[in-house]
Design a protein around this ligand. Structure first.
Ligand SMILES: C[S@@+](CC[C@H](N)C(=O)[O-])C[C@H]1O[C@@H](n2cnc3c(N)ncnc32)[C@H](O)[C@@H]1O
Length: 377
């Protein structure tokens, strides 16, 4: 099974998922807020058997260890990631009895063990077999245990995809990955610095968002897909938390996941940009917009294959043609959308793109990851 992460990270011997943990208490607070939004208070970790799939350099695992998990298994296929975990845990004096590192893909992990908490964060939207992986995670979980995953779709990555397009264009004549990244750091470092709460270095963000082929490989695993996969489980919560539930607690037959699927189909355009208020559209209007953004993603992917400028023109023409349909997404998003068109026009005119001319686009981010936590019944 093709896995762009492992190819890209392996070939370049990188694990670009470092976190700034200089102030470890702030790191714990970030993780605490995430899990609280997912319906998991920190006491849920005390004494738990935990599995983390794709932990990268292990930064996020520090929090559940701090909260008192009994043991955590870390399934990480990328060797550089594994080395980073070992370094980090040894620096922080984590007892070797607390964790095990399994250097393989989750698809190949065989165990009779069942876990209380399973986490798979940051990659399911970019692999072709997310559904099968999630099914496997369910089998590895105890009844009443929790599986927390991330979703990503063609809507939430649109803004980053347009930044990627520009980043790839600007560096198309540079050969080595390191040199490409170095070229883009002065451009993208400022936008990350302006976003409160960012904990990832600019270098890592650029490697993963601009140059990792996984980001635009045609895969997606949407919240709707996850609600289908986890049919039979209960949804505990999510971040962002987009669902309301007015059902009576005694109505134990109420089909919550079907209700959430309907809500997702009307609210999913809210993922287009961070900071927007909830945007509820008619499901058919939402579906038309989804189709459009999926087409843009597919064109962007085609552009990446050969750097053919006619594809770039086609993207800009499509963005212009569909501009009137963006009004329903609100003025703040429309400002960004217009700047994207202007920036791409500048790319096509052969001028050196100056991102500071597009302040709204520059400081905008999509709601690129949606966390969901399910309880196995
Ligand atoms: C973008 S990184 C996210 C790292 C970390 N979970 C985080 O959120 O910061 C994706 C991670 O998933 C791992 N990964 C990708 N495919 C995997 C698979 N099939 N099984 C296990 N891990 C996988 C990668 O090696 C990488 O460490």
């Amino acid at each position: 099974m093709k896995n762009d992460y492992l190819d890209f990270y392996g070939k370049n011997k990188i694990s670009p998922v470092n976190q700034d943990i200089t102030d470890i208490e702030v790191h714990y607070k970030r993780r605490q807020k995430l899990y609280r939004q997912c319906g998991l208070p920190t006491v849920a970790f005390k004494g738990a058997q935990m599995l983390e799939v794709g932990p990268g350099g292990g930064h996020n695992a520090l929090a559940p260890i701090h909260w008192g998990v009994e043991h955590i298994d870390l399934v990480e296929p990328n060797l550089t990631g594994v080395e980073r975990i070992r370094e980090l845990f040894s620096q922080r004096g984590i007892s070797e009895y607390k964790y095990s590192i399994i250097n393989e893909q989750i698809e190949n992990y065989r165990s009779d063990k069942k876990y209380d908490i399973v986490v798979a964060e940051g990659f399911l939207g970019y692999v072709p077999n997310a559904r099968d992986i999630c099914k496997k995670l369910i089998t590895l979980t105890n009844d009443g245990g929790v599986i927390a995953i991330t979703c990503s779709d063609d809507i939430c990555i649109f803004i980053e995809l347009m930044k990627r397009l520009i980043g790839l264009y600007l560096t198309k004549d540079i050969k080595a990955l390191d040199d490409k990244v170095r070229f883009l750091i002065p451009i993208f470092e400022k936008q990350l610095a302006a976003l409160r709460g960012v904990s990832r270095p600019a270098k890592d963000w650029i490697e993963d968002n601009i140059f990792n082929p996984a980001f635009s490989n045609g895969c997606e695993y949407s919240v709707g897909d996850a609600l289908d996969t986890f049919d039979g489980c209960d949804l505990l919560g999510g971040s962002p938390n987009i669902f309301t539930n007015y059902s009576w607690y005694k109505d134990i037959w109420y089909d919550e996941l079907s209700d959430y699927k309907e809500q997702f189909n009307t609210k999913r355009m809210s993922f287009i940009m961070a900071g927007l208020n909830e945007n509820k559209l008619d499901a058919s209007e939402s579906a038309r917009l989804v189709e459009f953004f999926s087409k843009i993603k597919s064109l962007e992917n085609t552009y990446e294959q050969e750097y053919d400028e006619t594809i770039l023109r086609e993207i800009v023409e499509n963005l212009k043609e569909h501009r009137p349909e963006m009004n329903v997404l609100g003025n703040d998003f429309c400002l960004v959308y217009d700047e994207i068109i202007n920036a791409l026009d500048e790319v096509l005119s052969g001028e050196r793109v100056d991102m500071s001319k597009y302040p709204d686009f520059f400081k905008a981010f999509g709601r690129g990851l949606q966390y969901l936590a399910f309880m196995k019944k």
